[in-house]
Design a protein around this ligand. Structure first.
Ligand code: ADP
Length: 202
């Protein structure tokens, strides 16, 4: 298995942006959110199980999972949240392992927005946290998602705190400045991870 660097950070901190910078250096990126949505694509066994339990009401007219209805359901029923996690977590885990095993590169960047919330840090060899101050995080999230301050604040307060994330970080990228400011740091971290991956595998 390749050496695994987990990349995490709060909403709007710049995970996708930083992941692209690593990808531009040739680093394979495995995105936990992408895996999670692929697993419930129309026609997938997981989506069939969800529809069998909750009825076609949980689907959109096109037969896709209705994220809005799923959110309401989970919000209203903790038991259903557990049921869903029990269904999806093993599948997400298996797919993640499968993608890692297919990787020829010395290390992979595993983008996991909810690393701290789901206590997954032990599944990585190293944890890289993208850090920005809260005002910046709120402003970028509002702009990107077209939501107001209250909505952005609600999402933020449901996530782990900045401090909780920093507490599990091996490395931190500060993304408060202009986009290009992080590139030298990304290049330096890439060198470091290649070196760490080499010591692990020899
Ligand atoms: P995340 O994946 O952590 O939610 P994104 O990478 O999507 O965050 O970044 C959130 C928004 O902020 C995006 O619209 C992105 O283009 C923008 N952004 C990211 N980094 C910077 C930066 N250094 N300066 C200005 N805007 C940025």
């Amino acid at each position: 298995m390749p050496y695994t660097v987990a990349l995490t950070g709060g909403i709007g901190s710049g995970k996708s942006t930083i992941a692209k910078a690593f990808a531009a250096l040739g680093v394979p990126v495995i995105d936990a959110d992408v895996i999670a949505s692929e697993l419930v694509e129309p026609g997938s066994p997981a989506l069939q199980q969800i529809a069998a339990r909750h009825g076609d009401n949980i689907l959109t007219e096109q037969g896709a999972l209705s994220r809005a209805r799923l959110r309401t359901l989970i919000f209203q029923s903790p038991e259903e949240k557990v049921w869903l996690n029990n269904l999806l977590h093993p599948l997400i885990n298996a797919r993640t392992q499968q993608l890692k095993a297919l990787t020829k590169a010395p290390y992979v960047l595993w983008v996991v927005p909810l690393l701290v919330e789901n206590n997954l840090q032990r599944q990585a060899d190293r944890v890289l946290v993208v850090d920005v101050d809260q005002a910046t995080q709120l402003a970028r999230t509002m702009q990107r998602d077209g939501i107001d301050l209250q909505q952005a604040n609600n999402i933020l307060s449901a996530q782990a705190t900045r401090e909780a994330r920093l507490a599990v970080a091996d490395d931190v990228i500060n993304n408060s400045g202009a986009p290009d400011n992080v590139l030298p740091k990304v290049a330096a971290l890439n060198q470091r991870y290649l070196a760490l991956a080499a010591t692990q595998q020899n």
